[in-house]
Design a protein around this ligand. Sequence first.
Ligand code: KG4
Ligand code: ZN
Length: 316
Amino acid sequence: MQFVAPEVLSNIVLSQDEVHAPYGGVVPELASRQHIKSVAPVVGEALERGGVGLEAVDLYAVTQGPGLIGSLLVGLSFAKGLAYYHKKPLVGVDHLEAHLEACFLENPGIAYPVLGLLVSGGHTALYQMDEPLSYRLLGKTRDDAAGEALDKIAKFLGLGYPGGPVIEKLGKTGDAKAFRFAMPRTKDRSLDFSFSGLKTAALKVIRENGLTKEDGRLADFLASFEEIVARTLVEHVRAAADQVQPRSLVLCGGVARNTRLRTRFQEFARQAGLDAYVPSPKLCTDNAAMVGAVALKRFARDPGLAADLDLDAFAR
Ligand code: KG4
Ligand code: ZN
């Protein structure tokens, strides 16, 4: 089946970073309350910016999970209400599949089989995609996700939340070779990831060197840590590519905004002679366009989809 790129009429993202920043991480109850407050105005703004009214909507899409259950339930209930009232189909979308699909929004012609690396705050995983809407999990994190490791190190140093962007900004001028970290490997050499050992090693370096956020060596430390995280991720892509022999590579999820990771990923793709795609930064972090993209593909395949009002949310 040949898909054309859907046109994104609007993609409104309301960041909750400021709400959670004082706590150094997401507070689930605050996230749910923020969702209740914001869902209607955000949907309203999306329609206004897109220049369409609800009567023009043919299909509703909503994230089912994985994610924070309270926030998911708010979105799910709201979407069910709209689909029920307007008698339109409603599609429940997997959050991780949506991240992968973000890559196709700007490049609908990506050649299969595709090897995908998803790196977000809660997930680090490799997928093989042999055709549209087919996602085979090849490996995932056994403990911390890469984004989580960045967030925890930033929190420990009192740099703020979310950690990834702060580490990128403060580490920009640093020497990535200043601090040496061993590349983490799982004992069985599978394609699974493990970042908790690396996080512990980084915490040890911070303590042993008495590093603080005012320290002159901070930029070097952050650049070195970011570098080992990026290299570890790309090393897994290399191992997976050897196994599955893809035609294309995609990188997605919030951490895919990171310039160092994007660069290492593109370097590997060039060496391996593979086409590589990374979404624009605004499509890497959580957004609605990627959720709609999955639903549109499902709708194209099965135009008879109905409003599934039994949809349930799942945390993992
Ligand atoms: O995909 P996402 O928006 O939400 C989840 O589904 O988790 O990803 C959020 C993660 C956070 O861990 C954040 O620190 C990380 O993405 N992140 C970055 C950058 N921007 C966001 N990590 C590294 N460099 C960035 N520029
Ligand atoms: Zn996400």
